[in-house]
Design a protein around this ligand. Structure first.
Ligand code: PTJ
Length: 272
C-alpha cells in the first residue's frame, strides 16, 4: 500500500521494482489506493482477486488467443458509429490513463457505470478525472467526454441493478460498448438491445465472457494499450479489410481455445 513519507510527504511504494511479480503487486496497490479514495467498491477487491487467480492460470501475459480478440475488438471499434467505453471502480483504479488514451483515438466517449452506484463514489470518480490536469484539459477541449454522472437518465430494459441507469448520448445510443471487468447481467441486456459488446475479463468461464460479442481474456492494464495501438493502426485501413477481421472472429471458438490453452499449460507445467 502507498503511504506518506514522514519527511517530505512524498508517496512511496512498498513494492521493490526488482520483485518478480512487481506489476501484479503494483496493481494491488492501485486498487487499495482507489478504495481509500472512495472510488473502488469494497466488492471490487474480491473481483480483483478473482482476476489475479485467472491471470496466474494464463501465465500473466497476453496470449496469442487474446491478441486475436484484441485485433477483432480494435476493428469493431474503428468501424463503430458511436462507440462508448464503460468504466467502473476497478477500471478507473487500474487503467484510467490508458482508457483516456483509447477514448481519444475514438469519439472520446467514456461513461461511468457502477453496480454499487452512490453519489459519493460518483463525486470521487469525477474528482479523480478532474484532479489530473492533463485529463482536465482534454475534458475542457472536448477531446474526451465523461458521461453517466449527471446524465444517466435512460434505463436499459430488463436490468434491475443500478447498472441499468445510462446516458442517452452514451451507452443508451451506442452501437458498440466496451465493458471492462463487468458482471454478466448488463452484457446480456446490452446484447438484447442489439448492441455489440466487447468485454475484458480474465475469467473465460464468466457469464460476461460467454454473452459478449467479443471477449478479451486478458488483464486490463496489459490489453488496453494494445487495443489502442491496433485502433491507431486500423484507422488507416479500409473498411472492407476491417469488416473481414470482425467477420472471421468467433467468440465461442476463442473462449474454447483459451480454456484448452489453460488446461494444456497446467498439464505440462514444470513445478521444479
Ligand atoms: O465499480 P462497481 O460498483 O461497478 O463494481 C465493480 C465490480 C468489479 C465489483 C462488479 O462489476 C463485480 O462484482 O464484478 P464481477 O462479477 O466480480 O466481475 C469482474 C470480473 O473481472 C471477474 O470475472 C474477474 O475475473 C475480472 N477481472 C478482475 N480483475 C481484472 C479482471 N479482468 C481483467 N483485468 C483485471 N485486472
Amino acid at each position: 500500500m502507498k503511504h506518506k513519507d514522514n519527511d517530505n510527504n512524498k508517496k512511496i511504494s512498498f513494492v521493490p521494482k526488482t520483485h518478480p511479480r512487481y506489476k501484479s503487486l503494483l496493481n494491488r496497490e492501485k486498487v487499495v489506493e482507489a478504495l481509500d479514495k472512495g472510488i473502488l467498491a469494497k466488492a471490487g477487491l474480491t473481483a480483483h482477486g478473482r482476476g489475479e487467480a485467472f491471470d496466474y492460470l494464463i501465465g500473466e501475459k497476453t496470449t496469442d488467443i487474446a491478441l486475436k480478440s484484441i485485433k477483432a475488438s480494435a476493428a469493431m471499434l474503428v468501424l463503430a458509429e458511436n462507440p462508448v467505453i464503460s468504466i467502473n471502480g476497478n477500471t478507473i483504479a487500474l487503467a484510467k490513463d490508458e482508457i483516456v488514451q483509447l477514448a481519444e483515438e475514438l469519439n472520446g466517449k467514456i461513461e461511468v457505470n457502477l453496480f454499487y452506484r452512490t453519489k459519493e463514489r460518483e463525486e470521487n470518480i469525477k474528482k479523480a478525472f478532474e484532479e489530473d490536469l492533463t485529463i482536465k484539459e482534454k475534458l475542457n477541449n472536448n477531446k474526451i467526454k465523461l458521461l453517466g454522472l449527471n446524465d444517466a437518465n435512460r434505463q436499459i430494459p430488463n436490468l434491475d441493478s443500478l447498472r441499468g441507469k445510462v446516458s442517452e448520448k452514451g451507452i443508451y445510443s451506442a452501437d458498440v460498448v466496451l465493458v471492462p471487468l463487468e458482471d454478466g447481467d448488463r452484457t446480456e441486456a446490452l446484447v438484447n438491445m442489439g448492441k455489440k459488446v466487447i468485454s475484458i475479463d480474465l475469467n473465460p468461464l464468466s457469464r460476461t465472457a460467454r454473452k459478449s460479442t467479443i471477449t478479451i481474456v486478458d488483464e486490463i492494464t496489459r490489453c488496453i494499450p494494445l487495443l489502442t495501438k491496433y485502433v491507431k493502426e486500423y484507422k488507416k485501413m479500409d473498411k472492407k479489410a476491417l469488416k473481414n477481421i470482425v467477420d472471421n472472429y468467433d467468440n465461442k471458438e476463442n473462449l474454447k481455445e483459451m480454456l484448452n490453452y489453460i488446461s494444456n499449460r497446467l498439464k505440462t507445467m514444470d513445478l521444479g
